[in-house]
Design a protein around this ligand. Structure first.
Ligand code: HEM
Length: 384
């Protein structure tokens, strides 16, 4: 179906009326904050999912021997006991983009999430359960007891949350299916019809998590008080798994691009901005893979230069993905009659300044918390 016809059908039927209160700040400013905070949310998510997967596999392999393998068990415990902290970042860094996405795309995202209401709300419970399971993992790891089964359970719940997010963020782009979904089940206790873009979208985050999360575990080998054999293990295994997953991620990226509708792909390729971003994503993934090779081949401990290079390449890969993903959303919604850049704006600079000041104060607070955490007595001492 061509784009103007699609737009007229969808516009006539599905999008709720524009909110009578205009945006209190320019669209670009909301987008800057959204993209920045979503990059941080995804980075934390990668550390959580990648770290949990690796640590669970290592714990399983370590505990399956007739005598538990000290190195595997220690390495799994070192990573697993950090994950409750990482989870706090996943959650807290998820809230700002949720607010910004609602402000910018409320007409689409509210409608989509209301249509799967019970499933969407179940995320709150699932996150609490995931948190509980991570604490259980951490406690058992400290006691040197096998915990991989709890790790698997945590992973399953976390995957569920990720799947709900991918479903909701896909559904907000499909106003053409909203009326039939409501007619079929107004209580919202059902998933939307199959969408070829959803699974690659989900896989981008999950495979990315294995790649970037494994590199994160490898970088954790720089922690001073870890035993040398655990440091080497984290570095070599993290680097290897990271490299393998990034090769797969390149393929998933191609899959994600190819499953987009023609008008989205053409729109991305017609824009210099998005072409640069697509090339940047490929380049940063390749650089992160090069960093993974360098890390696992590093004789002795990890150098600061290699660590910084890997972190920067991984973060920029995530940031370029966030911007491309944003392009897919804008092109899709614009073709269906909702151009976010045309949203009514009435900038209230007092509110903007207050917001920026409180954000800076908040970031200083987070910096202070990190400093306190760094100075705290490390739990890893119990593994050595
Ligand atoms: C274990 C917990 C979590 C997991 C596994 C998770 C996973 C994900 C995944 C896979 C996506 C990408 C979806 C897509 O590409 O379509 C995503 C996006 C998002 N997540 Fe999380 N998430 C978690 C917690 C949270 C929390 C607690 C919040 C907020 C309170 C949050 C806010 C968001 C937002 C706002 C987006 C998308 C924003 C956008 O599209 O603009 N997440 N999350």
């Amino acid at each position: 179906m061509n784009v103007p016809v699609l737009a007229s059908i969808v516009q006539a039927s599905s999008f709720p009326a524009i909110d009578p209160i205009p945006l209190p700040a320019p669209v670009w400013l909301f987008k800057v904050f959204h993209d920045l905070t979503l990059t941080l949310h995804f980075a934390a998510l990668h550390l959580l999912i990648g770290g949990l997967l690796l640590a669970t596999v290592w714990n399983f392999l370590g505990q399956m021997r007739s005598e538990p393998d000290r190195l595997l068990v220690s390495a799994s415990g070192v990573v697993a006991t950090r994950l409750t902290i990482v989870m706090t970042y996943v959650i807290n860094l998820g809230i700002p983009p949720l607010l910004f996405v609602q402000v910018l795309y409320g007409r689409a995202v509210y409608t989509g999430t209301v249509l799967i209401g019970p499933i969407w709300l179940s995320v709150v419970l699932a996150v609490i359960v995931a948190y509980f399971l991570l604490y259980r993992v951490s406690k058992l790891a400290v006691e040197r007891k096998p915990w991989w089964i709890w790790g698997l359970a945590a992973l399953a719940v976390i995957e569920y949350v990720g799947h709900v997010y991918a479903t909701a963020m896909t559904l907000m782009l499909r106003p053409e299916v909203w009326p039939a979904m409501y007619d079929a089940n107004p209580t919202g206790a059902h998933l939307p019809p199959f969408d070829p873009t959803k699974w690659p979208r989900f896989a981008m985050i999950m495979v990315g998590s294995v790649g970037f999360g494994a590199i994160g575990s490898a970088l954790y080998s720089a922690k001073r008080n870890l035993p040398e054999d655990v440091k080497t293990f984290l570095r070599v295994q993290g680097g290897r798994v990271g490299l393998a997953a990034l090769v797969v991620l390149a393929g998933v990226g191609l899959w994600a691009f190819n499953t987009q509708p023609d008008f989205v792909r053409e729109g991305l390729l017609a824009s210099v901005y998005y072409k640069v971003l697509l090339c940047a994503w490929v380049a940063f993934v390749v650089l992160a893979a090069v960093a993974a090779v360098g890390i696992q081949a590093c004789p002795g401990s990890l150098t600061l230069a290699k660590g910084l290079f890997a972190s920067l390449a991984a973060t920029l890969a995530v940031a370029s993905y966030v911007l491309i993903r944003e392009g897919v959303r804008d092109l899709t919604l614009a073709a269906k009659g909702f151009d976010v850049w045309l949203s009514p704006v009435n900038t209230n600079w007092t509110v903007v300044v207050l917001f920026v000041v409180s954000l800076v104060l908040g970031l200083i607070g987070v910096g202070w918390l990190i400093a306190v955490l760094r100075g705290a007595k490390p739990t890893e001492e119990r593994y050595v």
